[in-house]
Structures are given as structure tokens and as C-alpha cells.
Design a protein around this ligand. Structure first.
Ligand SMILES: [Zn+2]
Length: 631
């Protein structure tokens, strides 16, 4: 039986608008998949969409669509994106497909029959948007530790997976298998997490609250917790319980590539689920870092969410893919900036690789009529350098350290450029007695380009193919990473530059394309009118004011907005006494996310001018109704 190299990305949540992070993980997986295929290995590369849960249900309702319509549409967005990014996945799993839901139900029933899933009453905190339960100690300032939003106290019957009992085993396993959780920082993070007592996992959600999920086979009033359902995609797609032959060829996975935000679900939930099912664990779970944009966190309000398709269109898909894998050590956080993108393309691709290809082909055209000459001897330095680069490259991709693998490519380009400079083929060409030496220099440079081509093809597939055509090779056949694979006598084809250099004018166009709303707005300190309109400012009348116990600064106010009365906690106790505030007209930010101050809920804030610590409330001069829009 031949084992296949099984590579996965997370399945992406359908509601998400695809961003740089999605493309990062998926292009990394594609790099690996294409590399292994090029080495002649059989690969199974899986990606997909996670389609259950409350968020999908709510988004569909908000649009007046059926949930099925909603997830169909968004799943197609991802499938389309992977085509545009030239991603070579072998399968695409959707968690609403029957081939998946059947497996989820089978696994649930099996664990239930064995007593590994039991019923209990859950009492504790729940974050509605995240659909997650939290214990008291998990909470951060009384809010959800994941998203910072308010949690709800709930008490309800649920089903639990006996995850806690696997804690000692899991700790041992991670300690014994050094690379199971990678990179090391993430491994330590998980071991740190496992120092706390591991609770059993609530794997059900009552349909009364949320019905868009996989129904529990043993209780039709409940659906599966979305994560329990989603993680099983890694075995449902390769054929667990439906195609034993396929499944045994594919499982266990060679690598699960994930973002660091979903480390716990994979390393703890998924590992213990597999252990309980009696299945072998994946060989590696690798969590990569996050991207900031131009030094700042990606956020809609900053207008800096980068659309990957736009970037690919602006600078070319292959250079974009190269940048993602080359720029940042895989596993660390990185920063996306047009400056870095352009400089990477110009320095590595246009000036170095592109020039090398062009000068080599031009020399072969000029001195040998475009035909690759037969070598007479071997330039040992070049041979050793090329073979060593290929070896290092392969070992870096095992980690995977994509950035280091690509550094090998650039070092090899440097080596070949140096070899040409030293050999001075333009001088050899003038001396008939040096003709054999010239053959060796030309053949050696072209053969080194074949090595470079096989190393760039997995990350820049179109460029790799183009380079093969230029070298007169058969497309898709890269040969082995041993010296001498290039057939002499073939005609080279010189064409357009592989990577046109990006000048300042083109760079400006790229910036405009990627940040159409003007990424530089913060530098100028100016914001757009749309940004101002996001703030819902309203007039309000203070109807009640009192001190908050143990607080010198805070007052608890009730303000009348006309359409409702609101409680707001304001830090104005040192500037106003409660008595003088009642009846005052103020201006309130009415759409502020609620927060708790000293344990008291606050739904809004007052506008005030700060005069060296003494605050002066801002309000309407005329007597107006509460709730009027300001602006
Ligand atoms: Zn939350």
C-alpha cells in the first residue's frame, strides 16, 4: 500500500470574507503539496469550509436567505478564491455535505455507546458569538477571553465528551513527540495550557438556541458543537468509515497547517478525540503567526483589510505567493506592507533571479545559436552548490521553514551569478582555444537554472513552467536534484522578463489598488466623513445620577434618549456632583459596545471637554428632546 502525503488547511468559516490569513495558510499548504508531488510522491491536499453554527444562521437571517443559500454562496467564494490563487487542492470538504455529517453522527453514536459521551447539567458562562462555554477562571474582566464580549450565565442540560481523562496521556505524548506541536513556542504554549486541569468538553448545543448543526443521533433536541463537527473533516474527507482503502492510504495526516488562534482546538480537542476513537494522531500540527498590515492590526475600521485577489492582480500571482512565503519566518508574526512587497519582488525576483535567467539565455543564444552545449567537464563548485541547495531546501520544507527554503534559491542564484562573473564567458567567446570551457560555463549556468526551476515551481507554478520552456525542457518534467539532468542540444527560448522591475510610478499604482480608501489617512491625521458617521451621537437628558461605591471618579447615570432610558457610567465624579447633573442636556455616544466599570454596566459615553482634569460636559444650548441625532 502506498501512503499518500496528507496535507490540510483548516476549513474556513463560511461567514468570513477571505483575507490575507486564509491565503497565507492555503498557499503554504499548496507549496508543500506541489513540492511533494514534484518529488514524485502521492499527495492528498485538503481544504474546505466550516458551515455550521449560529453565526452562519444569524447572517443568513439578516440577509433574509435560507441558511443553506447563505453557506452555498460563501463556500463558493472560497472555492473560487483557491482557483484564483492557483491552489492545487485534491478535495474540498464542506461540513454540510452528507459524506461529512454521516461520519460526525457515527462518531458521536460510537462514543456515546461506549460511555465516552455523557449527559450532564451545565452551569456557567457562555459567549453567544463564539458559541463557547467558559469557566469562571477563563473569563477576562468578566468577559469572553476570546473576543472580549459579554458572556451569559446559562444553566442547561448538555452532552459532554470525557476529554479531561486524557490529560496525562496528552502531556506525555506532546513531550515524547517533540515536533508534534510546532514550532516550539506553540508546543510550550499547549503544555502551559495543560498545566491547568483539563475539563470535559461540552459537545452539544440545544436546538432551541441554535438548530443549524449536525443533529445528535441519540438526542434529536440537540446538535453537535461546531468545533467537534468541524475537526472531523480531517477524517471524513479521506474516507473514514466510508472508504477503508482510501482512508488507510491517507490517514494519519502528514501535517495540519493552522493559524495560532486555533491551536487549542487542534492540539487538545482533536488529539484527545482521535485517541478516544483509537486512531493514530497526525504527524504534525504546525501553527503559523498572524499578519499585520502596514504595522497595524488588520481591521475594517482602519480600512486596511487587504484583499488577496487585488494584491495578486497588482503585482502578479506568483510574486505575491513568493512574498508570503519568503518574507516572514514561518511560525512568526509578520507585517504586510507595499514597501516590503515591492522591495522583495525587485531585489529577489527582478534583479537577482530574473536577470540571471535573462543573461544566461542571452549568452546561449549569442554564443551557441540558442542550443544548450554538451559539457566537457563539471564546474565542481557550482555542482556542489546546486546539489547542496536542493538538499537544504528539502530539509527546510520538512520543518516546514518556507522562508529558509526560499533563501536557498536566492543563495544559489548568487552563486551562479558569481560563477558567471568569475568565468567571464564574454572573454572565453573571443578565444577559440577556450571553446570547451565556454561550453562548460554555459551548460553549468543553464543546469543550475534547472535546479532553481525545480525549487521555485512549487511556490511559483507559472514561473516554474515558463522557465522550463525557456530552457527547452519538457513542461512538468523537472528531473532529479542531481547534477547533469539538463539535456544538451535543446533550444532555449528567450522571452519577456520573468519579473518586470517595479518602479516608483508602478508602486504608487499598487498602493492605490491595494488601499483604495487611502491607507495613508492616519499619517495625515484626517479621517473620512464615513468614519465620523459611524459614531451615533445623540442628545440625552440626565434623569438620575448617583455615586458608585468605592469609586472616586465614577458616577452612575440614567439618561433619557427619548426612545429609551440608558444606564451610563461616567468618570465625572470629580467634576460634577450627582445633584447638579439631573436635568442637564448632554450628548451621548449611543452605539458604543456595552462595558462594565467597577462591575456596573455602562451602555454609552458622554462627551466632555477636558480642561486640565476638570471636565465640562458638552450639551445642547437650547432645550431639546432626547434622542436627536447630532451632526
Ligand atoms: Zn466570545
Amino acid at each position: 500500500m502506498t501512503k499518500r502525503i496528507y496535507i490540510t488547511t483548516p476549513i474556513y468559516y463560511v461567514n468570513d470574507k477571505p483575507h490575507l490569513g486564509h491565503v497565507y495558510t492555503t498557499v503554504a499548504a499548496d507549496f508543500l503539496a506541489r513540492y511533494h508531488r514534484l518529488e514524485g510522491r502521492d499527495v492528498f491536499f485538503l481544504t474546505g469550509t466550516d458551515e455550521h453554527g449560529q453565526k452562519a444562521e444569524q447572517a443568513a437571517q439578516a440577509k433574509g436567505q435560507s441558511t443553506k443559500e447563505h453557506v452555498d454562496f460563501h463556500s463558493a467564494v472560497f472555492q473560487d478564491l483557491w482557483k484564483k490563487m492557483n491552489v492545487s487542492n485534491d478535495d474540498f470538504i464542506r461540513t454540510t455535505e452528507e459524506r461529512h455529517t454521516k461520519v460526525v453522527q457515527n462518531v458521536l453514536q460510537h462514543l456515546f455507546d461506549r460511555g465516552e459521551i455523557y449527559e450532564d447539567v451545565y452551569e456557567g458562562w457562555y459567549c453567544v458569538p463564539d458559541e463557547r462555554f467558559w469557566t469562571e477562571k477563563d473569563l477576562m474582566d468578566g468577559n469572553c477571553p476570546e473576543c472580549g464580549r459579554k458572556v451569559e450565565r446559562i444553566k442547561e442540560k448538555n452532552y459532554f465528551f470525557r476529554m479531561g481523562k486524557h490529560q496525562p496521556w496528552l502531556i506525555e505524548y506532546i513531550k515524547k513527540h517533540e515536533n508534534y506541536i510546532s514550532p516550539p513556542a506553540r508546543r510550550n504554549e499547549v503544555l502551559g495550557f495543560l498545566k491547568k486541569k483539563l475539563d470535559d468538553l461540552c459537545i452539544s448545543r440545544p436546538k432551541s438556541r441554535m438548530a443549524w448543526g449536525v443533529e445528535l443521533p441519540f438526542d434529536s433536541d440537540y446538535v453537535s458543537y461546531v468545533w467537534f463537527d468541524a475537526l472531523l473533516n480531517y477524517i471524513s474527507a479521506p474516507g473514514y468509515q466510508s472508504d477503508d482503502k482510501s482512508f488507510s492510504e491517507i490517514w494519519p495526516a502528514h501535517i495540519h497547517l493552522i493559524g495560532k488562534d486555533i491551536l487549542t482546538t487542534h492540539s487538545v480537542y482533536w488529539s484527545t478525540m482521535l485517541k478516544d476513537m483509537g486512531l493514530p494522531l497526525p504527524q504534525k500540527i504546525f501553527a503559523h503567526g498572524w499578519w499585520t498590515i502596514e504595522g497595524r492590526k488588520m481591521s475594517k475600521s482602519l480600512g486596511n483589510v487587504v484583499d488577496p485577489v487585488t494584491v495578486a492582480e497588482a503585482v502578479g500571482l506568483d510574486p505575491f505567493r513568493y512574498f508570503l512565503m519568503r518574507e516572514v519566518p514561518f511560525g512568526m508574526d509578520g507585517d504586510f506592507s507595499v514597501e516590503a512587497l515591492v522591495s522583495r519582488i525587485n531585489v529577489d525576483l527582478a534583479n537577482n533571479l530574473g536577470n540571471l535567467v535573462s543573461r544566461t539565455l542571452k549568452m546561449i543564444a549569442k554564443y551557441r545559436g540558442g542550443s544548450i552545449p554538451s559539457p566537457h567537464g563539471v564546474p565542481e563548485n557550482l555542482k556542489t552548490g546546486a546539489e547542496q541547495a536542493a538538499k537544504n531546501y528539502a530539509s527546510h520544507l520538512e520543518t516546514p521553514a518556507f522562508h529558509k527554503a526560499l533563501e536557498e534559491v536566492i543563495s544559489l542564484c548568487d552563486l551562479v551569478n558569481g560563477f558567471i562573473m568569475e568565468s567571464e564567458p564574454w572573454k572565453l567567446a573571443k578565444d577559440e582555444s577556450k571553446s570547451e570551457r565556454l561550453d562548460d560555463v554555459l551548460y553549468g549556468s543553464a543546469e543550475a537554472l534547472r535546479f532553481i526551476g525545480r525549487m521555485i515551481a512549487p511556490i511559483m507554478p507559472d514561473t516554474g513552467a515558463k522557465l522550463q520552456v525557456m530552457l527547452g525542457m519538457e513542461e512538468g518534467v523537472h528531473g532529479s536534484p542531481e547534477w547533469g539532468g539538463l539535456a544538451p542540444g535543446r533550444q532555449v527560448k528567450d522571452g519577456d522578463a520573468l519579473f518586470p522591475r517595479i518602479d516608483d510610478k508602478k508602486k504608487e499604482e499598487i498602493i492605490k489598488a491595494i488601499f483604495p480608501t487611502g491607507e495613508d489617512k492616519e499619517e495625515s491625521g484626517l479621517i473620512a466623513i464615513e468614519d465620523v458617521r459611524k459614531i451615533d451621537l445623540r442628545t440625552a437628558k440626565i434623569v438620575k445620577a448617583e455615586r458608585i461605591e468605592k469609586s472616586k471618579k465614577l458616577l452612575k447615570l440614567i439618561v433619557d434618549l427619548g426612545f429609551e432610558k440608558r444606564q451610563i457610567v461616567a468618570g465625572i465624579a470629580e467634576s460634577y456632583s450627582p445633584e447638579e447633573l439631573v436635568g442637564k442636556q448632554v450628548v451621548v455616544v449611543a452605539n458604543l459596545r456595552p462595558a462594565k466599570l467597577m462591575g456596573v454596566e455602562s451602555k454609552g459615553m458622554l462627551l466632555a471637554a477636558d480642561n486640565a482634569g476638570k471636565l465640562s460636559l458638552i450639551g445642547a444650548i437650547n432645550d431639546v428632546n432626547g434622542g436627536l441625532k447630532v451632526l
